[in-house]
Design a protein around this ligand. Sequence first.
Ligand SMILES: Cc1cc2nc3c(=O)[nH]c(=O)nc-3n(C[C@H](O)[C@H](O)[C@H](O)COP(=O)(O)OP(=O)(O)OC[C@H]3O[C@@H](n4cnc5c(N)ncnc54)[C@H](O)[C@@H]3O)c2cc1C
Length: 392
Amino acid sequence: MDLSFTPEQQRYRRTLRQWLAANLPEHPEEQDTARPGWLEAAKAWQRKLLEAGYLAVAWPRQYGGQGLAPIYQVIVNEEMAQAGAPRLAGEEGLLTLGPTLLACGSEEQKRRYIPGIISAETIWTQGYSEPQAGSDLASLTTRAELAGDHFIVNGRKLWASHAQIADRMFALVRTDPNRPKHQGISYLLIDMRAPGVTVRPLVQIDGKRDFSEVTFRDVRVDKEDLVGGLNNGWKVANSTLANERGNMGLNSAPLMAFAQLVQTARNIKRQNRALIENPYFRHRIAQLQIELEALRLHSYRQLTNSIRGRTAGVDSMVTKLVGSQLAYELASAAMEMFGDYAMAERDEHDIHLRGQWAQHLMTSIAFQIAGGTSQIQKNIIAQRGLRMPRER
Ligand SMILES: Cc1cc2nc3c(=O)[nH]c(=O)nc-3n(C[C@H](O)[C@H](O)[C@H](O)COP(=O)(O)OP(=O)(O)OC[C@H]3O[C@@H](n4cnc5c(N)ncnc54)[C@H](O)[C@@H]3O)c2cc1C
C-alpha cells in the first residue's frame, strides 16, 4: 500500500478545500429527494462542481471527465465529506452506471449517456430488486422479449432509489427463461417516460419517499439500449455491484458523520462539562476513530490494488460491510449522547444535532441492506475471501 500524496496532490486538495469553503450551498443538510426544489438545487450543485472541474475527475476526457488518476477522486470524496457537501443529483449514474458503461458499454452508449450522467441532465435509477428477488437477485422475473429492433418489457421492480425523479433506469431483465437463471438475464437502459411505465413512491420509516415500486406493461426499449450483449446481464450487473459496494468506504460518509459526532460531543454539556471530556464518551469516540481509520486504510489498500491493476476480490464487500456497521455505531453513539432528547424532531436551533442523528440511525440501517445485505456480504467474504465451504 502506498499512502503518500505527492506535492501536486496535496496542492490539489488545498485548492479544492478553499473552493468548497467558498462555494458550498447553504443548508446542505437538507437531503430529502422528495422535497420540492431538492432536484433543481442538487442539479445546480452538480453543475457547479462540473464547471469547477471537480466532477467525474477520474473518467476519460472524451466523455466529459477530467482524465485524472483515481487518487484524485478519492481526494474529492474525502474533502466533500469533510466539508459536509450535499448529495449529488446524479448519484446513481455517477456511482454505478457510469463506471459500468465505461467497462461494458459500447462506444455509442458511452458517448450518448456519460455526458448526461456528469451534467445531471439525465437522472438514473437502478432496477434490480423485485418482490421475490433481492438477496437472490438472479431469480428476477421481469421479462424482456425481443421483437425485431426492440424489446417489450413486462414486470415489476421494487426499492428503485430516486425512481420518482429519474429520467431513465438501468435494469436487469429476463431475456431467456429456459437457460440457467444467471445466464438468461440482460442489462437494459429503459426510458422512465415511455408508455407503460408506472412509478409508485414508497413511504419510508422516516417519512421520506426516496424509493419506489416501478411496473412495466408492454414497455418498448430499443435494442441499442442493451448493454454488454444478450443474456450477459449478470456479468454486467456484477461490475455495477462491485462499484456500488466499493464506493461506500471511499465516499467517506462515515468521515463526515464522525466529524459531526465530535462536534456533538463538544456542544452537549452535562454538569457544565462538555461530553467530550467525559471518559466514557472519550473512549467511545476514540474506539470509533480507530475503526474509521482502519476502514480508511482498507480503502487505500483497495485503491492501491485497483491502481496496480489487481482484481478487487472481496475488498469492496469488506468496505461495504464495515462501513455500514460503522455508520450505525456512529449514529448510536450520538443518540446516547443526546439521551432523552435523541428522538426529538428537528428543531429550529439545533438542526444538526437533534432530528439529524435519529435520521442517521435509520439511514445506517438502510445502508446495511442496500446493495446487498450484511448477511450476504458475510457469506460472500466467507466463501470467496476465506475459502470456507458454502452453507447448505
Ligand atoms: C435504502 C435502500 C435503497 C435501495 N435501492 C435499491 C435500488 O436503487 N435498486 C434496487 O434494485 N434495489 C434497491 N434496494 C433493494 C436492496 O438491494 C434489497 O433490499 C436487498 O438486496 C435485500 O433484498 P430483500 O429486501 O428482498 O431481502 P431478502 O433477500 O428477502 O432478505 C431478507 C433477510 O434475509 C437475509 N438473507 C437472505 N438470504 C440469505 C442467505 N442466503 N444467508 C443469510 N441471510 C440471508 C437477508 O440478509 C435479510 O436480512 C435498496 C434497498 C435499500 C434498503
